[in-house]
Design a protein around this ligand. Structure first.
Ligand SMILES: [Zn+2]
Length: 381
């Protein structure tokens, strides 16, 4: 499809704008994300209602499946608000016995590591940490930067969920609890901003720009977890946060009061790489600002006004001095100089279409999930 330069426009209700190149607006200037929310999400969405009975039904099944075993479920813990609150709900509300699973990608900030420790101790959980081979991780991340596409956080993102699913299936833990939720995530970042979890593209990029083989890096393609893991091995993903009132500010308050959990700036800023990637690389190189979809979600959920969101967007996501420090730190950790890193970042932008990819399968998958009513979000692949 040819890109036609569009006149800048921002939704009159949320803060999404034409940096999402396929956004459309109605005669009142309301965008398709908002219209999709009204049509497909809001009628079924009960944000002010705790559905404890439904949650208890699910919890019963999980407890039954785990009877006599060390754990009845597994949950990925990042130290962020979503996964920490998930752990609290799993133990205190659902009375489950989860194994806390952490993937150490080599970039976690102290605040995240401390939060993980506090949650694990406070809820008396067992913790398993999978440490990704650092040389492989750095090689793959540098390959993604050299590929000049916008999805440079895929190596971390993929390792985190692939590590979790692979472990769950290997150790026969049927239920995987996830912190994904509709209360904060019904507008996803557009696919052109973040195109994630395409294992074919990842391998192609690594083949072109990587320098060492990926021997232990955790991988799990979509077909593997959707078909082999879910249909054959019976792995089930559960989204408990969709059954409870999830007001993030209040959730963070509870975590702080109960466990001494510490808040950090912006979603996903528990990690140096992600802070640099979302705060500098994406907006600076591509003009994509993920705070727009995060804030828009909160506006539609009634937890933030449009004015408050615009005020947030008026400020730089992180301060100039920190950007330089992070850039230097990341370059050094990946084994290149700051100058080389700048030179790589300055190369012309590319898209996933410049590489082998699985977009058609993902497109078909989204189409089928929408037909079956499992996917109501506005995902344009
Ligand atoms: Zn909108």
């Amino acid at each position: 499809m040819n890109r036609i330069e569009r006149k800048y426009q921002r939704c009159t209700r949320c803060v999404m704008d034409t940096t999402d190149s396929r956004i459309t607006f109605d005669e009142n200037g309301v965008c398709d994300h908002c219209r999709n929310f009204d049509r497909n999400i809001k009628p079924y969405w009960k944000p002010q209602e705790n559905r404890y009975e439904e949650l208890e039904e699910i919890a019963k099944k999980i407890r039954k499946a785990g009877a006599g075993k060390d754990y009845d479920c597994i949950l990925g813990l990042s130290g962020g608000a979503d996964s920490s609150y998930l752990a609290y709900i799993a133990v205190e509300i659902m009375h489950l016995r989860p194994l806390a699973f952490v993937v150490d990608t080599g970039w976690n900030l102290n605040v995240a590591v401390e939060n993980i420790e506090k949650i694990v101790k406070g809820l008396n959980l067992d913790l398993y940490t999978e440490v990704v081979n650092w040389k492989e991780m750095a090689d793959l991340q540098l390959a993604f930067f050299k590929a000049s596409i916008s999805s440079c956080d895929q190596p971390q993102d993929h390792a985190i969920f692939a590590g979790l699913y692979n472990y769950a299936v290997k150790h026969k833990i049927k239920y995987v609890l996830t912190g994904s939720n509709n209360a904060t995530e019904f507008i996803r970042p557009p696919v052109e901003w973040l195109y994630m979890n395409d294992i074919v593209m990842m391998k192609d990029i690594h083949k072109k720009y990587g320098t060492i083989p990926l021997r232990t890096y955790p991988m799990c393609g979509m077909a593997k977890y959707r078909i082999v893991y879910e249909l054959i091995c019976g792995m089930k993903r559960v989204y408990p946060l969709d059954y409870v009132v999830y007001d993030k500010e209040k959730a963070m308050q509870i975590l702080h009061e109960r466990y001494g959990w510490t808040k950090y700036e912006n979603k996903h800023y528990e990690n140096v790489f992600t802070r640099f990637f979302e705060g500098y690389y994406l907006p600076h190189k591509f003009g994509f600002d993920t705070r727009k979809n995060v804030c828009s979600n909160q506006i539609l959920a009634g937890m933030m006004t449009r004015e408050e969101a615009l005020e947030i967007l008026n400020h730089s996501p992180y301060d100039e001095d920190q950007i330089e420090l992070d850039k230097e730190y990341i370059a050094k950790k990946m084994g290149i100089s700051s100058k080389e890193f700048d030179e790589i970042i300055a190369r012309p932008n590319k898209t996933p279409h410049d590489y082998k990819n699985q977009m058609w399968i993902i497109r078909a998958g989204v189409f089928i999930l929408k037909m079956l009513g499992y996917e109501n979000r506005n995902i344009r692949v």
